[in-house]
Design a protein around this ligand. Structure first.
Ligand code: PNS
Length: 160
């Protein structure tokens, strides 16, 4: 039976840290769906359509990775897609509390749902979309932390 993983998140924007996790998950699962949360209450920099297009470009090199978006509960999306596991990245110990509570709530909502944590490589340990956005918003750049197309998109967004 094919093993399907869902990698959910905001991906606003996707960073090299996310791509690191995607690569690790793609090596272990038959199929990985990168699932963007469509959250209208969250103030996002990029629209879901923009994020979907960015991710679609970046995952072209993986034969077994797809991008999708979802509304509502992740536990329901997991059941709908019949995914075997939810993949999340665990960077430093500071992620632990939030990730454990998320996994625990999801387990209550959908007892069949497993959450699997992947550790990124060291250079991506302190990388987050929020830090990236803050740096670019002040005119800085983090070319080592985001793919070139995201670097370009961030510069364009903050120029406007
Ligand atoms: O990249 P993020 O913002 O840390 O991802 C968080 C995400 C999207 C995985 C989480 O907010 C989520 O699953 N939201 C969907 C709503 C939900 O299922 N909430 C219940 C768990 S508290």
């Amino acid at each position: 039976m094919k093993k399907l993983a869902v990698y959910p998140g905001s991906f606003d924007p996707i960073t090299n840290g996310h791509l690191d996790i995607i690569e690790r998950a793609a090596a272990l699962f038959d199929m990985v769906i990168v699932a963007i949360l469509n959250n209208s209450s969250k103030n996002s920099l990029f629209t879901v359509a923009e994020r979907k297009a960015q991710i679609a470009q970046l995952i072209k090199k993986f034969k077994n990775v797809k991008v999708d978006s979802f509304d509502g509960l992740l536990a329901d999306y997991m059941a709908k897609t019949k995914a075997n596991a939810c993949v999340r990245g665990l960077r430093a110990v500071t992620d632990l509390e939030y990730e454990f509570s998320l996994a625990n709530i999801n387990q209550k909502l959908n007892p069949k749902m497993e959450t699997i944590f992947f550790m990124p490589s060291e250079e991506n340990t302190y990388l987050s979309s929020s830090v990236v956005k803050e740096v670019y918003s002040f005119g800085g750049e983090l070319k080592q932390s985001v793919p070139p197309l995201i670097d370009k998109a961030l510069k364009k967004k903050f120029k406007n």
